[in-house]
Design a protein around this ligand. Sequence first.
Ligand code: ZN
Length: 110
Amino acid sequence: MYTVIKRMEVSAAHSLSLSYRSKCENLHGHNWIITVYCRSKELNADGMVVDFSHIKQVVKEKLDHRNLNEVLPFNPTAENIARWVCEQIPTCFKVEVQESESNMAVYEKD
Ligand SMILES: [Zn+2]
């Protein structure tokens, strides 16, 4: 089994729709650290699990320097962002979305 891990920084804004009062309902920004884990039993014709630059393209082009509420069709919590990133990349099985030094969400496929 092969695993590749790609780490990226994404600067973006979001506001959260919540069932309780929170400052996170106001538009604000983060420099998210997004770590994508991909794995495959066999390599593709190019000798890769997935090209690192393909992962970067999928994540950065859609999210970097954007208002996530405008580009994602769901409440852009770190958890939902992690699941969305995982769904964009066929070999992906786990995504970590770090919002700050102390806050991180992880999505893993069952
Ligand atoms: Zn936030």
